[in-house]
Unconditional design. Structure first.
Length: 115
């Protein structure tokens, strides 16, 4: 469902049709639009950082391939850390991404070796 419709369902129907309701709706849309743009910019920064670090490590450790199966979850875990905006988020988010990737790969290897 459209986020705008979800918000409207949570607000009393008679409030949506009032001037104040319409004003709140306009301001909400403006804020959400700004937040989406900022989120997009941060995602680009995260992707660039992650790509650079992965490629840098590949040059150092050519024998270690990226485990594709665990990548989506690892990417999300790293992204969640990036969004916290802590100090040194570039390193911290990559370390968490890599650790989660390694844990996921180890779990998959164990599961494959079990009868």
């Amino acid at each position: 469902m459209d986020p705008k419709q979800e918000v409207k369902q949570e607000v009393e129907p008679d409030q949506v049709d009032t001037f104040i309701g319409q004003l709140i709706d306009l301001v909400t849309q403006a804020i959400l639009h700004e937040d989406v743009k900022e989120l997009g910019r941060e995602m680009v920064k995260y992707r660039i950082n992650l790509s650079q670090k992965i490629l840098g490590e590949e040059e150092e450790h050519l024998d270690q391939a990226i485990k594709i199966r665990g990548f989506p979850e690892s990417f999300r875990v790293g992204w969640n850390e990036w969004k916290k905006n802590g100090e040194n988020k570039e390193k911290t988010s990559y370390d968490i991404f890599k650790n989660y990737m390694n844990e996921t790969s180890a779990d998959q290897t164990e599961n494959q070796s079990e009868p």
